[in-house]
Every structure is written in structure tokens, then in C-alpha cells.
Design a protein around this ligand. Structure first.
Ligand SMILES: O=c1[nH]c(=O)c2[nH]c(=O)[nH]c2[nH]1
Length: 286
């Protein structure tokens, strides 16, 4: 039997890149998912394992981050054209470069705070018995980011600790919150709006030394603003943004170019409870 190689291409899929421009105190962010795919005279690696024409996908990924630092991202179209043009012009064997871009939208919350558009879901749960009922509200998928005012240091260093201490990092999380009402006499929609606002302002306005500290501030803010809430439970994934080391390419990275990692992520969970919170179960008459 004889086989021949049909269409083929290769590249790095889903380079998650966040770029922060810090001209003055008002930051701008660009959040991208970049995939490269090259094709051309690439038979040899498939047929004999000769890699002399195979620009590593790792190099393709590095180019994405390095170009973001060197040339910025005026638009995803321009950035994609520059990347594609580079691969085709610099690699003799590469005749076609496909570059796919996804750009995620963020809404501004403040000078260095943003919330990601879409994905947010309001939730509610009720339990009803013959003589009582109780209500929990919640939200999931509220993704927020502070591009400064976050530090993490002073932690124990054991034999397996490699994490550098940081005094200026990105803090980003997708808020997963549940709260328990201590009464059924609640203007539900207005209360939801206030709770959501309290969670956001707690995140934005807290100068954070840990996501745990931010969690407690967010929960406390809800209890402060909405007296009908007895308890807030928060699950906050720490959506890590690692500064990319561009020194191998002769570039610095003044906290501008980040790899947005999706897994694994820290998961910080906690409950903030009003000291005089009633037990679950509210009499209908109350
Ligand atoms: O805010 C943080 N809390 C942690 O517990 C933790 N652990 C870690 O690696 N980074 C962070 N950041």
C-alpha cells in the first residue's frame, strides 16, 4: 500500500495575551486569544522526521508576545497581518500563514478596573415548606480585573515554592457569589442591583494584598449595603496573568505583556456572615 500526505498545517493554538498600556494613571487593556497556523513545504517532517523547515510552535507563540511588546496591537487585523507576514517572509518553507484572533470585550469600571462583557448570569434558589421559605440569590461569571493595586508577598517558602513575591500584579477573577436573605420582604431587583454593585465596588476599591483579603472586603460590602442579606458566599478563581519574560528577545517587559493562563487557577472561597444572622428558614408571617 502506498500513502501520500494530504493537506497539513501546524501552529500554536490559543495564545492568551493581555496587554496593559499604562500611559498615566488611566490604563487600557487588550485581551486576545491568538492562534497561528503555518503551511507550505512541510512534507519532510511528516515523512522522515526532518525538522529543518519546522519553525517550532513555541517560537510562534513567543513571536506573538514579542510583537505585542514591540509593535503594540493597534487592531487585531493589523496585528494578525504583521504576524502572518512575518512567518511567510522569514521562513522559506512557509507559504501560507493563518492567524486567527479573538478579542474579548471589557467594560471600564475605573482607571485601572474592568469587567468583561457577557457571561454574567443572575441566579436564585428558594426552598419552601408548608410554613416557611427562604431565598438565596447569586451571580456567576462576573469577570473583573484590576491592572494594579494588587500585591502578593510575605507567604511561606517551602522546598516547592518558586512563586516570586510581587508588589504590582494583575488581579482578575470571575465572581461566583451566593447570598442568603434573612427576610422575604425584599425589593428583589433593586437588592440584586445593589449587591452586584457592592461586589464590584468592593473589588475595585480594595487595595489588595491577597485575593482572600479582597474576598472578605467584597462580602463585607454586600452586608454593609444590603441589610436583608445575612450571609455571602464567594468562590473566586484567581485568573493568573503571568508577565512574559521577553529578555531572550532583547526586550524589557514593564508589566505590559501578560500570558493569561486558564488552568490551573487558584480558587479562593469564603463566607462572610453577619454576626446576628438568623438560622435558615423564615416563617411566612415574618
Ligand atoms: O491572592 C492570592 N492568594 C493566594 O493564596 C495565592 N497563592 C498564589 O500562588 N497566588 C496567590 N494569590
Amino acid at each position: 500500500m502506498k500513502f501520500s500526505l494530504g493537506a497539513n498545517r501546524y501552529g500554536k493554538a490559543e495564545c492568551r495575551l493581555v496587554r496593559v498600556v499604562r500611559d498615566g494613571g488611566r490604563h487600557e487593556i487588550t485581551d486576545l486569544n491568538v492562534s497561528t497556523s503555518l503551511s507550505g513545504d512541510l512534507e519532510e517532517t511528516h515523512l522522515t522526521g526532518d525538522n529543518s523547515a519546522v519553525l517550532p510552535t513555541d517560537s510562534q507563540k513567543n513571536t506573538v508576545y514579542a510583537f505585542a511588546r514591540e509593535f503594540g496591537v493597534p487592531s487585531i487585523e493589523e496585528f494578525a497581518l504583521r504576524l502572518g507576514g512575518h512567518f511567510v517572509s522569514s521562513q522559506e518553507a512557509v507559504h501560507t500563514a493563518n492567524v486567527r484572533m479573538e478579542q474579548y470585550g471589557w467594560n471600564r469600571l475605573g482607571d485601572h478596573s474592568f469587567s468583561r462583557a457577557g457571561d454574567e448570569v443572575r441566579t436564585a434558589g428558594v426552598t419552601v415548606t408548608s410554613d416557611s421559605a427562604w431565598v438565596t440569590g447569586g451571580l456567576t461569571g462576573l469577570t473583573v480585573m484590576n491592572t494594579t493595586d494588587s500585591e502578593f508577598h510575605g507567604f511561606p517558602r517551602d522546598a516547592y515554592t518558586t512563586l516570586p513575591e510581587t508588589h504590582d500584579r494583575i488581579l482578575a477573577t470571575a465572581v461566583d457569589a451566593k447570598w442568603r436573605f434573612s427576610t422575604l420582604d425584599v425589593p428583589w431587583n433593586a437588592a440584586y442591583a445593589m449587591i452586584r454593585e457592592a461586589l464590584i465596588s468592593g473589588f475595585v476599591e480594595t487595595y489588595s494584598l491577597s485575593l482572600q483579603q479582597t474576598l472578605f472586603a467584597m462580602g463585607s460590602r454586600v452586608l454593609e449595603k444590603v441589610p436583608e442579606v445575612a450571609e455571602v458566599r464567594l468562590a473566586l478563581p484567581n485568573k493568573h496573568h503571568f508577565p512574559v519574560d521577553l529578555s531572550p528577545f532583547g526586550m524589557d517587559n514593564p508589566n505590559e505583556i501578560f500570558l493569561a493562563a486558564d488552568r490551573p487557577y487558584g480558587l479562593i472561597e469564603g463566607t462572610v456572615v453577619r454576626d446576628d444572622a438568623p438560622e435558615e428558614g423564615l416563617a411566612w408571617s415574618s
